[in-house]
Design a protein. Structure first.
Length: 281
């Protein structure tokens, strides 16, 4: 008996062990950018969480967990993912750096011992690469490697979201070449799951998925008003080789989050087309 069993059990709550796929809802945006539309107040947050039971897992920040722990207790409840990092990269309000241009900084919000004590199934951490200051990239590699090793000791799953530090400044930041680089780095560090941005098409994303031996969950980005577009993105992601999606705003900003989740499950786990799944909206 060892921590590998614990990790296998916990990851089985994030990715369905039958098909290896998952629909995860990211609901922790506030820790990075303040109150997001759809999750501005605690009553609003609780109302949304009442509609997230069909998710394979839901990601929250450490401060949200005491208010929402009952949503994760019991059978047929989502797995629990903890947003382990704070970052100021890409923040729109009170943006750090001259003229809003900054490679940013990150900080870990909890120890892995605290994470294990809270019953968390997996943590998500960012991995920024390509900084103009190479010492920042080295610090990111060191930080993520340490988190992975600590999680191995405690049997906690690790989701790494690799990003280019030059997004917005470098046109190649979302190229297939750059994304293949940082997704593979994340996998080789030891990520159990990699969360990746969508780079525009199944053709451009497929090489990223093929060369990353860890399962990839596609990030949703802005959206939520058009449920059909959300389902279409999920369908394209699966076609390109992703193991599922990790959508936030596309779910919690939707008029009916439960219906969107039902559609996403139909696409990701059921293999349905976005058109067919759209009947559930």
């Amino acid at each position: 008996m060892d921590s590998r069993t614990g990790k296998k059990v916990r990851l089985g709550r994030v990715l369905d062990p039958v098909d290896g796929r998952g629909v995860v809802v990211a609901a922790s945006h506030g820790v990075m950018s303040g109150p997001p539309a759809g999750l501005r107040t605690l009553p609003e947050i609780r109302k949304v969480f009442d509609q997230l039971q069909q998710a394979d897992a839901v990601m929250v920040s450490p401060g949200m967990l005491p208010h929402l722990e009952d949503h994760f207790v019991g059978r047929d409840r989502p797995g629990l993912v903890l947003h382990l990092d704070w970052k100021n990269v890409g923040r729109r309000t009170y943006t750090p750096g001259k003229d809003g241009r900054s490679e940013g900084v990150l900080a870990q919000l909890a120890s892995i011992e605290e994470v294990a004590a809270a019953g968390v199934d997996a943590v998500m951490t960012y991995l920024y690469v390509g900084q103009r200051d190479s010492t920042l990239e080295r610090a990111e590699i060191d930080r993520n490697a340490r988190i992975v090793r600590d999680c191995e000791k405690w049997g906690i799953g690790v989701i790494i979201e690799p990003r280019s530090a030059l997004e917005g400044d470098d046109e190649a930041a979302l190229s297939t070449e750059v994304m293949s680089l940082y997704c593979r780095i994340a996998a080789d560090i030891g990520a159990d799951v990699v969360k990746a941005l969508w780079n525009g098409s199944a053709e451009s994303f497929q090489p990223v998925a093929e060369t990353c031996f860890a399962p990839i969950l596609v990030a949703g980005g802005p959206g939520g008003e058009d449920g059909t577009a959300t389902l279409r993105l999920a369908e394209d992601s699966i076609a390109a080789g992703a193991a599922g999606v990790m959508f936030g705003r596309r779910v919690f900003r939707a008029p009916d989050p439960a219906a969107v989740l039902a559609g996403l499950r139909s696409v990701v786990h059921g293999g349905e087309s976005a058109e067919t799944a759209g009947e559930l909206l």
